[in-house]
Ligand binder design. Structure first.
Ligand SMILES: *[C@@H]1O[C@H](CO)[C@@H](O)[C@H](O)[C@H]1NC(C)=O
Ligand SMILES: *[C@@H]1O[C@H](CO)[C@@H](O)[C@H](O)[C@H]1NC(C)=O
Ligand SMILES: *[C@@H]1O[C@H](CO)[C@@H](O)[C@H](O)[C@H]1NC(C)=O
Ligand SMILES: *[C@@H]1O[C@H](CO)[C@@H](O)[C@H](O)[C@H]1NC(C)=O
Ligand SMILES: *[C@@H]1O[C@H](CO)[C@@H](O)[C@H](O)[C@H]1NC(C)=O
Ligand SMILES: *[C@@H]1O[C@H](CO)[C@@H](O)[C@H](O)[C@H]1NC(C)=O
Ligand SMILES: *[C@@H]1O[C@H](CO)[C@@H](O)[C@H](O)[C@H]1NC(C)=O
Ligand SMILES: [Zn+2]
Length: 521
């Protein structure tokens, strides 16, 4: 079997000659593109932040290979939409009190512009987790609030509960991410408002809200609230005085929305999180839930009616959950759905007047290990050479976790506990739990940096290694919202805003690029 495999690889290698020409040509074309790259220094009319929850760089790399396999194209030809963005940077994700961050503290950073403690959202570093009495006076506003203040429309789209950490950091202030409904606050000292109620009562003018989490909007036994409120009813009543609002709970209802005639849209498509995209596909969408790209398209169609533009947060939330469960296939499939949503946005809006930022809140302890050969199944086993044969002589997958539920040991043939023998195990099964070094009920986040990929106005300001809160500041600067707007009242032919002409700006950039090249000659 193994011999047959090596023979096939050899045949492939002989069949496809590669004298390097292709690589020289491709690199030269990329070099020309880089030399001709001119920063887009316009003011961004729209900003979309695409947040892949837990989408570390290893997830991006593996998703690219997963996509190649799924679409049956050559590995080298497979790329994700955002890989083509011209500006890339790294984001340092730590929380104030944690080397490895959570999604609440990080959401506060990239949406509100300040680092925060783990578990807290929409509040500054004075607030300790779970301490309700410290909240007052320490609230911080997000780019949603800043954008509303300039007359823009705003939206939040996610596949998690809409009250979950990342989306909640966009609109709520809470010393604890788990205070999603009032019953979660039963034993909490002080007077704090739950996250769902904040969304409906304190931030009533978010134009588009799409995700899961219905249970936090209704009272027991229909939902989990304990205060007799029917929050969607309150939302509908409020909207009826302001314009045309629609509350929907299924894909069919979402498809039937007349965007031209809709000012406000609230969609809650699941009691808790929405399904993994892979499960949605496999069960033929029997639950009638929209996909992330579908939600993104509807959101954009409603938001773009505002002449002043919009800010939209789109979260691929379940990439993170797939990793926590170590069901890598689900994490990768959700990464592709997330990428499809980015493609939809580019198709709908172009990149001239819309800043698109793609990033992650944090990474995971997820790696691609061993030396799998080209064309190896990304979900499959590595075929080791004698030099990298594992000491236990057991097969292993290239996708592997540092810790997680897949760390359980079994009784080996020699009587000692060891890894499960994966011979004959279908590791491509959607439910397969990939192996881990340390056994934990839930795989953990990782502290390593994550990528920031950007295109559109001011995208070049993402250019190095940044603390994560820098992201909010660039998005605000680019779209002229928030505190730093000195550059915004400027004539159209003076886009820099300081009397520097367009041509001069371009020559400065050119000089800068030439200097840069010089360093390497
Ligand atoms: C909240 O913080 C204050 C000030 O540090 C402290 O006095 C109080 O005990 C804390 N409350 C809780 C519930 O931790
Ligand atoms: C509902 O509220 C009552 C009164 O505050 C409290 O006793 C009860 O434990 C709460 N139930 C739940 C499920 O939160
Ligand atoms: C609790 O806060 C709400 C809203 O912030 C306010 O209306 C209410 O009066 C407060 N209650 C107490 C007991 O302070
Ligand atoms: C909430 O209010 C809406 C609109 O009035 C109603 O259709 C729905 O049944 C209510 N839900 C619950 C759980 O009471
Ligand atoms: C979904 O559709 C496919 C193809 O029609 C079918 O083979 C499969 O059994 C269906 N799955 C479910 C869960 O209904
Ligand atoms: C793993 O299982 C296969 C198939 O049962 C067996 O041939 C092989 O010897 C096992 N490997 C070890 C190290 O036990
Ligand atoms: C391993 O073997 C021991 C002793 O034979 C037994 O008590 C234990 O339950 C076994 N564990 C597993 C995971 O099979
Ligand atoms: Zn997580």
């Amino acid at each position: 079997m193994l011999i047959l495999f090596y023979c096939m690889s050899l045949m492939l290698a002989i069949a496809s000659t590669d004298d390097g020409k292709k690589w020289n040509d491709q690199a030269q074309k990329e070099l020309t593109d880089a030399l001709n790259l001119k920063p887009n220094i316009k003011i961004a009319k729209n900003v979309i932040l695409f947040l892949g929850d837990g989408m570390g760089v290893s997830t991006v790399s593996a998703a690219r290979l997963y996509k190649a396999q799924k679409d049956n194209i050559a590995e080298g030809m497979s790329t994700l939409a955002f890989e083509h963005f011209p500006h890339v940077a790294l984001s340092k994700t730590y929380n104030l009190d944690a080397q490895t961050p959570d999604s609440a503290g990080t959401g506060t950073a990239f949406l509100c512009g300040v680092k925060a403690n783990a578990g807290t959202l929409g509040v500054n570093g004075n607030v300790q987790r779970k301490n309700c009495s410290l909240q007052k006076g320490n609230e911080v506003m997000s780019i949603l609030h800043w954008s509303k203040a300039e007359g823009k429309s705003v939206g939040v789209v996610t596949t998690s509960r809409i009250t979950h950490a990342t989306p909640a950091a966009a609109y709520a202030h809470s010393a604890e991410r788990d205070w999603e409904n009032d019953a979660n606050l039963n034993d909490v000292e002080g007077n704090c408002t739950d996250i769902a109620k904040q969304l409906i009562m304190d931030n009533p003018d978010i134009e588009v809200i799409l995700g899961g989490g219905r249970r936090n909007f209704f009272t027991i036994p229909v939902g989990q609230r304990n205060d007799s409120l029917n929050l969607t009813q309150i939302w509908e009543t409020d909207k009826s005085t302001k314009g045309k609002g629609s509350y929907v709970t299924t894909k069919s209802q979402l498809d039937a929305i007349d965007v031209k005639n809709t000012d406000y849209l609230l969609g809650l498509f699941a009691e808790s999180h929405m399904e993994y995209d892979l499960d949605r596909e496999l069960d033929n969408n029997s639950l009638d839930q929209p996909s992330l790209p579908e939600m993104t398209k509807t959101a954009i169609d409603i938001l773009k009616k505002n002449d002043k533009g919009f800010f939209l947060l789109v979260e691929g939330a379940r990439i993170d959950h797939g990793h926590h469960a170590s069901k890598a296939r689900k994490a990768l499939h959700d990464t592709i759905a997330f990428d499809d949503a980015i493609n939809i946005a580019m198709k709908e809006l172009g990149t001239e007047e819309t800043l698109l930022v793609v990033t992650a809140d944090h990474s995971h302890v997820f790696s691609m290990a061993g030396y799998p050969e080209t064309g190896n199944d990304i979900l499959g086993l590595v075929h080791p050479t004698p030099d990298d044969e594992p000491k236990d002589n057991l097969p292993y997958t290239s996708l592997i976790y540092g810790n997680g539920p897949g760390g359980a040991l079994v009784n080996g043939s020699d009587g000692h506990p060891g890894r499960q023998n994966l011979t004959g195990v279908d590791t491509t099964d959607p439910e397969y739990v990939f192996q881990a070094a340390v056994h934990m009920s839930s795989e953990t986040h990782s502290a390593e940096d994550v990528g920031i990929f950007a295109i559109g106005p001011m995208a070049h300001l993402f250019h190095g290694v940044h603390d994560q809160n820098y992201i909010a500041h660039v998005m605000a600067y680019a779209s002229c919202v928030g505190a730093n707007k000195k550059h915004c009242d400027r004539p159209k032919d003076d886009p820099i805003g300081s009397g520097v002409s367009h041509t001069l700006a371009h020559s400065l950039i050119l000089v800068c690029i030439l200097n840069h090249i010089n360093k390497y000659l």
